[in-house]
Ligand binder design. Structure first.
Ligand code: OFO
Length: 165
């Protein structure tokens, strides 16, 4: 049976992952209406991945005898000033997700729940990759600045990254 403190923390994490999926879906849709088709494809896929992260948690909570809560979500930010704005928001959000995953891991250790601790290691590794990717993207955008040919290639490459993944 899942410790109630752990269950609460996992339900909070379910909400975080749902929020991530919701945020990236809004970003993908904005990018699509702005002609940034590569960025849009990348973000739609990212949104789907976040939904998978949420589902994995929901199933874990339920399988361990807890009750997963499906959260109500506010409407996410719907418009952005450009790619820099999108990826700054994304990196900011991922940093918060990492902090919340670390809190769950801390709680697992203090409540001696080694099963959940083990399960959460997948999320720890995933966050390292996601933050690194967001930072690489930010570095590229900083290099490109407002050069439109550079932004065109960036968008195209991001779309290719999505189809290769
Ligand atoms: Fe779920 O990895 Fe991002 O938020």
């Amino acid at each position: 049976m899942l410790d109630t403190h752990i269950e609460g923390a996992l339900n909070a994490q379910i909400e975080m992952e749902a929020l991530s999926s919701h945020f990236y879906l809004a970003m993908a849709s904005w990018a699509e209406t702005t002609g940034l088709n590569g960025t849009s494809a990348f973000l739609y896929k990212h949104s789907d991945e976040e939904r998978e992260h949420m589902l994995k948690l929901i199933r874990f909570v339920n399988e361990r005898g807890g009750t997963a809560k499906i959260p109500a979500l506010d409407a996410p930010q719907a418009s952005f000033s450009g790619l820099q704005d999108i990826f700054t928001t994304l990196l900011d959000h991922e940093t918060k997700v990492t902090a919340s995953i670390n809190e769950v891991v801390d709680l697992c250790l203090s409540r001696k729940d080694y099963t959940t601790h083990n399960f959460m290691q997948w999320y720890v590794a995933e966050q390292i990759e996601e933050e690194a990717l967001a930072r690489t993207i930010m570095d590229k955008l900083a290099m490109i600045g407002s050069d439109s040919a550079g932004l065109y290639l960036f968008d195209r490459d991001l779309g290719q990254l999505e189809t290769e993944a």
